[in-house]
Design a protein around this ligand. Structure first.
Ligand code: FA5
Length: 343
């Protein structure tokens, strides 16, 4: 009796499965024939109430039927899945142009910095570094700029709230602080450059920003003169600009050098005629320079008059402006991609 019932279920199931034309119908049939409430499952549940031999026979038959029905379902489902697969949607056009991968590149200021470093290391200079948040001592005092000196006003800066009341802290106004930090730890002869970011409380214009970069050079030995300074600068400029550049040294004043100069080059944007990059002067001031004041050597513990050296601090943005013919220094930190993408 049960055997016939099982055979009938199997027969009906296989017949209906073979006719199913969609996955939805196949799922419904699965529930009908193998689901929790199906006749087949209630037969399986009832097996435990049967006696020995009959239980064995019916059990075997039910298992075989179940496997057959399961196989019929799997085959049908596989067949229906393949049928419903949308080959058109999966089509790949291998001849279509690929999406362009864009990658970033170095900021023009970083490029300039690395270029400068390469030129100077090729001339035997070492690269030194210092912190952007500096103490009053390294930024001013040790550089022969005492508290009440008017030279401090030339580099008005951002003072930070001093946790330690003994020492005031500033955003450094110049890379000259690295001169002191380096000399405290080294004995001449040496030659270094120190590129880095500096800050000043400026009213900004085409040649002045509140945040900019300088690179310091310092060469100390027994008999370094203005001649060495000029020679090194000329070597550097001719390598950097790859063209003849006219240099002008004007007498100036810095407390940490004596004598001191302002360092100008002829404006490469307008060729000296006058434009907004050079504020119509035909020359652009690139940096300050001079022979290291003996007071600075004393501040780092060197004996007075034992050594001689030159130092300079050039503006990195100003160099970049000349090299790439840029007419406004503020573009460098504008974050304007139209500007950045030109490099
Ligand atoms: C100084 O900062 C001295 N520490 C330079 C120096 C070093 C002199 C060693 C002697 C020996 P000055 O304030 O002139 O000097 O600045 C040097 C250069 O930094 C300027 O010539 C200019 O190229 C650049 N610079 C100064 N202020 C700005 C600014 N606001 N924006 C962009 N560049 C600036």
């Amino acid at each position: 009796m049960l055997n016939e019932k099982i055979a009938k279920i199997k027969e009906d199931a296989l017949a209906e499965i073979s006719l199913a034309e969609s996955l939805e119908v196949a799922t419904e049939l699965r529930i009908k024939y193998l689901g929790r409430k199906s006749d087949f499952v209630s037969i399986l549940k009832g097996l435990k109430d049967l006696e020995g031999e009959e239980r064995k026979n019916v059990g075997q038959l039910a298992n075989v039927a179940k496997i057959e029905i399961e196989n019929a379902f799997s085959n049908k489902e596989k067949e229906l899945k393949e049928k419903s697969f949308d080959f058109a949607a999966e089509k790949i056009d291998v001849t279509m142009p690929a999406k362009k991968m864009t990658s970033g590149h170095l900021h023009p200021l970083s490029r300039i910095q690395y270029e400068i470093e390469d030129i100077f290391t090729s001339m035997g200079f070492e690269i030194a570094d210092g912190p952007e948040v500096e103490t009053e001592f390294y930024n001013f005092d040790a550089l022969n700029i005492p508290k009440d000196h008017p030279a401090r006003d030339m580099q008005d800066t951002f003072w930070l709230k001093d946790e330690d009341k003994n020492e005031k802290v500033v955003m450094r106004t110049q890379t000259s602080d690295v001169q002191i930090r380096y000399m405290e730890k080294h004995t001449p002869p040496f030659r270094i450059i120190a590129p880095g970011r500096v800050f000043r409380r400026e009213s900004t214009d085409t040649t002045h920003d509140h945040t900019f970069h300088q690179f310091e050079a310092l060469m100390v030995g027994d008999d370094i003169t203005v001649g060495n300074l000029k020679f090194m600068a000329q070597q550097f400029f001719s390598k950097f600009f790859k063209t003849d550049v006219e240099i002008r040294l004007r007498p100036s004043y810095f407390p940490f050098t004596e004598p001191s100069f302002e360092f100008d080059i002829n404006c490469l944007v307008c060729g000296g005629k006058g434009c907004s990059s050079c504020k119509w002067a035909g020359w652009l001031e690139l940096g300050g320079a001079g022979i290291v004041n003996q007071n600075v050597f004393e501040a780092v513990g060197y004996p007075r008059n034992k050594y001689k050296g030159f130092a300079w601090g050039f503006g990195l943005e100003r160099l970049a402006m000349m090299k790439y013919k840029i007419d406004d220094v503020r573009l460098f930190h504008s974050g304007d991609l139209r500007f950045i993408k030109q490099f």
